[in-house]
Design a protein around this ligand. Structure first.
Ligand code: NAD
Length: 483
């Protein structure tokens, strides 16, 4: 079955930072895939802007190199790549000065959707927004796309929001959290809200706890200077894990519409309780086969966490008494992201004490092998009495897509096309981001006050021992990190 392509309107997508790493690694390869899928209308254009003095031909050469390095198998199709490169244009623009803006303005077409992707450092968001507005390049229907990090605390996020709000309405601002573009994350909402089965059980009467894990095998080499000033809490928890928590915990919106979904997510963030330092474990990877964290960031004194585990609680009737355990880290044993909803034990065990260890677990895997499985307890086949085992009811979307001859759609492909369509559902609203920082800031401040230092952990492990204790002391265990 061919995937269903929902056509978008003719667009001019301007990428500020068009020669940067994100554009080369993600944005251009994603656009190539949408082009191959036939989703880009005939007259759609991509206009890259950066400081390098290039012309269209020079940029197309650079883009061809990026595609050769970072695109998937479609890069082998020379005719396809050549046709795609023909859609690319380039304007040399200094976003903090005056050069290049008149040329960019002259390229804009009145009848095309205008989208401006700010693939630059956040300190340039304000200057770009201002110039787009003052020079009349953006109109009331234009969209702007901004990347993470969106602030490093509430004050800086608020300042960024204010700088954008001076020139653009909230309905025009698309704050990317690429986790929201992942297929399984959307499927979490479908599973919850399109099935009779789960929603009646989705509360503290039936759910024991939730575990959200985002484990990476890579270290921070290459982005050390940024990472060392941020750490896992700012780089991963405040945004990605927070978004996963919100989608798991939110009340059903009245309709699946952008503002209604954002309103429900915001309520979850605001209901999150402060997390005391005793419910947080910081870790830092030690030297192992690869250099240590401190070597990676060239800071022998660094006390920044490359791992965090925490116990969160949500102050609502639905979730009273249900801990949400979050954990994320670098250089762990496998690359694996999942949300595991662990159901309670049965009240009465007709099969005796052997049932003690059996639980239903709904696991939503983001990577690898994105999919959902429900662990159910069944009888083991064969004679020998009533022996129980846990079996997964497995929906591996990657397999299903492959069976149907479809390639998996990358988060950036989906999100960029949502911008052109004008659908903000899978982006972060300004008040959501600020509420997430308002929750994060005091937690970090309390940890700093208690002088919480990260515990060293072995490369290729599941994190520091104290992280295991965080659950043990509640009589629970982390799920294994499996690749
Ligand atoms: P980069 O340093 O590789 O690229 C920055 C781009 O901005 C370059 O094209 C550069 O020419 C341009 N630029 C800088 N100053 C300019 C100016 N005054 N005028 C015009 N152009 C200017 O950075 P990147 O890795 O591509 O990241 C861009 C943004 O995306 C950052 O906010 C980053 O945090 C975010 N981000 C990047 C990644 C990634 O994988 N690289 C992932 C998530 C978020």
């Amino acid at each position: 079955m061919a995937s269903r392509i929902i056509p978008v309107d003719v667009f001019d997508l301007v990428i500020f930072g068009g020669t940067g790493d994100l554009a080369r690694r993600k944005i251009l390869p994603s656009l190539l895939r949408r082009f191959r899928a036939g989703q880009m209308p005939k007259d759609a254009r991509i206009i890259a802007c950066a400081r390098s003095p290039l012309d269209d031909a020079g940029y197309r050469e650079a883009a061809a190199a990026a595609i050769a390095e970072f695109a998937g198998p479609e890069r082998e199709d020379a005719a396809l790549v050549a046709a795609f490169l023909g859609r690319l244009h380039y304007v040399t623009v200094d976003v903090t000065g005056d050069a290049g803006w008149p040329e960019l303005a002259a390229l804009m077409r009145p009848d095309a959707v205008r989208a401006f992707y700010f693939s630059v450092k956040p300190s340039l968001f304000g200057p770009i927004a201002e110039r787009l507005h003052l020079r009349g390049i953006a109109d009331a229907d234009s969209r702007i796309v901004v990347e993470k990090p969106f602030g490093r605390d509430l004050a800086s996020a608020h300042a960024l929001n204010a700088a954008l709000a001076e020139h653009f309405a909230e309905r025009q601002i698309y704050r990317i959290d690429h986790y929201l573009g992942k297929e399984t994350v959307q499927n979490l909402m479908a599973v919850r809200f399109a099935n009779m089965l789960f929603e009646p059980l989705w509360n503290n009467h039936y759910i024991d706890h939730v575990q959200i894990t985002v484990a990476e095998t890579v270290g921070v080499a290459g982005r050390g200077s940024y990472y060392d000033g941020a750490g896992a809490m700012r780089d991963m928890v405040q945004n990605h894990l927070m978004q996963l928590l919100c989608l798991t915990a939110m009340e059903p919106p009245a309709r699946f519409e952008s503002d209604m979904v954002h309103d429900e997510k915001l309520k979850v963030i605001r209901a999150l309780q402060p997390v005391p330092p005793s419910d947080i474990v910081f870790g830092q990877y030690a030297a192992g086969p690869d250099p240590s964290y401190r070597e990676d960031v060239s800071n022998p004194e660094s006390a920044t966490e490359s791992f965090i585990a925490m116990r969160c609680t949500i102050g609502t009737w639905r979730w009273a008494g249900v801990p949400f355990y979050l954990r994320t880290g670098k250089r762990l044993k496998a690359r694996s992201s999942e949300i595991a909803v662990v159901f309670q034990k049965l009240g009465h065990r007709i099969f005796g004490e052997s049932m003690e260890s059996h639980r239903n677990v709904l696991s939503i895997r983001l990577q690898p092998n994105d999919g959902i499985d429900l662990q159910v307890t069944v009888k083991e086949r064969g004679p020998g009495g009533m022996r129980l085992i846990d079996m997964p009811l497995d929906l591996t979307f990657a397999d299903m897509a492959a069976d149907q001859g479809e390639a998996a759609v990358d988060a950036y492909e989906r999100l960029i096309m949502d911008v052109i369509r004008g659908d903000q559902t899978l982006f972060m609203r300004g008040d959501e981001v600020e509420a997430a920082w308002a929750w994060t800031d005091p937690i970090l401040a309390a940890c700093a006050e208690h002088d919480r230092k990260p515990q060293l952990y072995e490369q290729g492990s599941s994190g520091p021992d104290d992280a295991l204790m965080l659950l043990h002391r509640d009589g629970r265990r982390w799920r294994e990190i499996k690749g």
